[in-house]
Design a protein around this ligand. Structure first.
Ligand SMILES: [Zn+2]
Length: 330
C-alpha cells in the first residue's frame, strides 16, 4: 500500500463546489490527513477477504467499465491505467469517493455516477474497492479488478552523471522540489474545467518514449517512466490540451523548466524540459493556448516534451485521456 496519508483534500466537497480559490500556487489549505487508519484498514480487510464481504446487489459485478469512456477518461484497469467504476444512479449531489486512502474524481455519465481511479504503476493485479459517501448520508463500496500489465525496459545513457547520481547539494534541492510537488499534486479544483471531451495533444510529433517503461540510467534502475515523450524540435509551441488552472511553474533539477496544470477533480497535466514558460501559477488557461516551448532542460538526451497526466496524485497513461491515439504530424 502506498503512502495512505498523502491524501488529496478529503472533505472539500461542501462549500467549495464551484470555487477554485484553493487551487492557486500555494494550495496549502487543500491537504488533509484522512482519518488515520480507517481507509487503509477497511481496504486491506476488504481486499484480503473479498469472499466474506456480503455484496450489495449492485456490486456483484467486479469489472470496471473496461474500454468505455466517462468524460475525458478511457477506462482500462491496469497498473498505470484508469478504472471508471459505476457507483449507481446520479440522483442528488455528487458523492465523495475514496480509494487507497485518497479521494478520487467522481463524474456523472449517462445518468450514473462513476468514480475515476488512477491506478499506480506499482499496483499488483487483484480486486480493489472504491468506497463512497453519498450526499444523503448512505455509504457504499464497489469492487473492481486490476489486471496485470507488462511494461518494457529502457536503458539510457546520460552524459551529465550528476543528473544520475546527484551531489549532496543537489539532493537538498531535489527534496525541496519533491515536497513542493507533493503539495501541488494534492491540489484540486472541485469542478471539471476540462469539459467532457478527450484532450488534444500538447505538441505535434511522434511519441519517442511511451508511458510505463522500466528505466535504467547508466545501468542504474530509476523510477518507471511516468509520462510520454513527444519528439519535437527545440522551440516548438506547447499548447494546453484542455482548459485548466496553472498550479505551478519552475526550474526543477530533473525535469528542467516545468508547468503543472489542474484540469479539475484532481486531473492534472505536467510538462517538463521546456525551453520557455509562457504562463504563471494562478493563471487560467484555455484549450489550445500556448503555454511554452519544447526544450532540453533538466535530465535529457535531447529536446522533447515529457508530458504526464495525473489523477488522484498518480501518474497514468496519457493515451487514456487523449481524444486521438495518433499524435498530429508535424
Ligand atoms: Zn519522459
Amino acid at each position: 500500500m502506498k503512502v495512505p496519508t498523502t491524501s488529496v483534500s478529503t472533505r472539500h466537497g461542501s462549500g467549495h463546489g464551484s470555487g477554485h480559490g484553493s487551487g492557486h500556487g500555494s494550495g496549502h489549505g487543500t491537504r488533509r490527513v484522512p482519518p488515520p487508519s480507517l481507509a487503509s484498514v477497511a481496504s486491506s480487510l476488504l481486499v484480503a477477504l473479498p469472499l466474506l464481504v456480503a455484496p450489495v446487489p449492485a456490486m456483484a459485478a467486479v469489472a470496471a467499465d473496461e474500454g468505455s469512456r466517462v468524460g475525458p477518461f478511457e477506462s482500462r484497469a491496469v497498473p498505470g491505467g484508469i478504472a471508471a467504476v459505476d457507483l449507481g444512479p446520479a440522483d442528488g449531489a455528487r458523492p465523495e469517493a475514496h480509494w487507497n486512502g485518497r479521494r478520487v474524481a467522481v463524474l456523472a455519465e449517462d445518468g450514473r455516477w462513476h468514480a475515476i481511479v488512477g491506478i499506480p504503476l506499482g499496483t499488483g493485479p487483484g480486486v480493489q474497492r472504491v468506497t463512497f459517501d453519498a450526499a444523503d448520508g448512505t455509504e457504499g463500496g464497489v469492487d473492481f479488478t486490476v489486471d496485470a500489465m507488462a511494461y518494457e525496459e529502457q536503458r539510457l545513457v546520460i552524459e551529465d552523471t550528476r543528473k544520475v547520481n546527484p551531489e549532496p547539494l543537489d539532493m537538498r534541492r531535489i527534496e525541496k522540489e519533491n515536497a513542493r510537488l507533493k503539495v501541488v499534486k494534492a491540489t484540486r479544483v472541485e469542478e471539471l474545467l476540462a469539459g467532457t471531451g478527450g484532450f488534444d495533444w500538447p505538441v505535434a510529433g511522434p511519441v519517442s518514449s511511451p508511458f510505463g517503461l522500466r528505466r535504467f540510467y547508466n545501468d542504474q534502475p530509476r523510477r518507471p517512466h511516468g509520462g510520454i515523450d513527444i519528439a519535437a524540435p527545440e522551440g516548438s509551441d506547447i499548447r494546453a490540451p484542455a482548459d485548466g488552472l496553472v498550479l505551478e511553474t519552475g526550474d526543477y533539477f530533473f525535469n528542467g523548466n516545468s508547468v503543472f496544470i489542474e484540469h479539475g477533480l484532481g486531473l492534472q497535466t505536467f510538462y517538463a524540459h521546456m525551453s520557455r514558460i509562457d504562463v504563471a501559477a494562478g493563471e487560467r488557461v484555455s484549450r489550445g493556448q500556448v503555454i511554452g516551448a519544447v526544450g532540453a532542460t533538466g535530465r535529457v538526451t535531447g529536446p522533447h516534451l515529457h508530458w504526464s497526466v495525473g489523477l488522484n496524485a498518480t501518474w497514468v497513461d496519457p493515451l487514456l485521456v487523449l481524444g486521438t491515439d495518433a499524435p498530429p504530424e508535424r
